[in-house]
Write a protein that binds this ligand. Sequence first.
Ligand SMILES: *Cc1c(COP(=O)(O)O)cnc(C)c1O
Length: 331
Amino acid sequence: MSSGREVPQPISLSTWPTPLEPLPRLARALGLDAEDLWIKRDDLTGMGGGGNKTRKLEWLCGAALADGATHLVTTGAPQSNHARLTAAAGARLGLETVLVLAGTAGSEARGNLVLDALFGATVVWAGDVDGPALAAAAEDVAAALRDRGARPALLPFGGSSAVGALGYDACGRELLTQAPDLDTVVVALGSGGTMAGLVHALGPERVLGVHCGAVDDPVAVVSALFTGMGGGPVPSGSLRVRTDQVGPGYGALTAPVMDALARAARTEGIVLDPVYTGRAMAGLIAAVRDGDVVPGRRTVFLHTGGLPGLFGHPAALRATAAPLDGEGLTP
Ligand SMILES: *Cc1c(COP(=O)(O)O)cnc(C)c1O
C-alpha cells in the first residue's frame, strides 16, 4: 500500500537533448572571444512552437495524468508562452485546456493567442487583475469544472512550482554533459522555475538570471522554488539576478532590448522575443560591459523560446519592421 502521493514522473513532450551551438560572430560583436559564447536551443523543443515551458510541462502533465485529470487549467498574461504550450500539451494528451488570462478580449487575436485558439483551448478573460486575483479566478474555473463532474489539474503560473522546475534541473544536468567547463548560463527570469531548476543542478554561482518584470520580488520567488525542490535555504546574496532590464515594465519595449534583438538576428540569424529572451540578451550585453561576464570563459545563453510573442507585441513589430533602405539597388 502506498501512503500519500506517488513521486511525480515526467512524460515525454519533445526530443532531448536540445542542441548547444556556438555564437562566434555575436561573441566578437560583444567583446568576447569567438569560442566564449554558446547558445542552448531550448527554443527548439518540437511541440507547439517550442520554448522552455515544455520541460516543465513534462513534469506537470505527468502528475496531472497520474491524477486522472480530464482538463488542464492554467493562468498567464495574454501573450503567455506557457499558456500556449499548455494548450499544445492538452491537445497532444487528449485533455481539454482552459486558459485563464489577465486582461480582456481584444478585437483581434495576435501571436500566442492565435495559437491558443488553433490548439483548441478555451480562454477565460479575468479582467485587469493582479497575480493573487488571477490565481483565484483559475480556482473558480476549476471549481466550476469539478461541479460538472470533470477532474481539472490546475497548473501554476508560468509552470513554476517545485515539480515544474524539475524540468530545468534536468536541463542543467544535460547542459553539463554538453559543456563541462561551463562558467555562466544566462537565462530570462519570469516566473522563476527555469532559474530555480538550473540553480538546483549547477549551483547559484553559475546561473545569471535577468529579471523580466513578471513577478515583484524575483530573488524571493527563485529562492522559494529552490527550497521547495529540496535544495535547502539559499545563502543570502548568492543568487545572481540582474534587475536592470525591466524598464517601464513587463510589456514595455526598451532600446537595449531592441538592440539585443537586432544584434542576435544580424550576427547569427537568431530570433529573440521582446519580453524574455531579448531582455536576457540585453542583460548579457550589460554583464559583459560591467565585467560580470568575461572573455576566456564559457558562457551559455539559454534560448527559452517566445517567438510567437514577437508577433503579439505591436511596439516590437513597429520597431522592427523598418527594412534597411534599398536605395541605389533598383535599376
Ligand atoms: C516563461 C518564459 C521565460 C521565463 O521562464 P520562467 O521559468 O517563467 O522564469 C523565459 N523565456 C520565455 C520565452 C518564456 O516564455
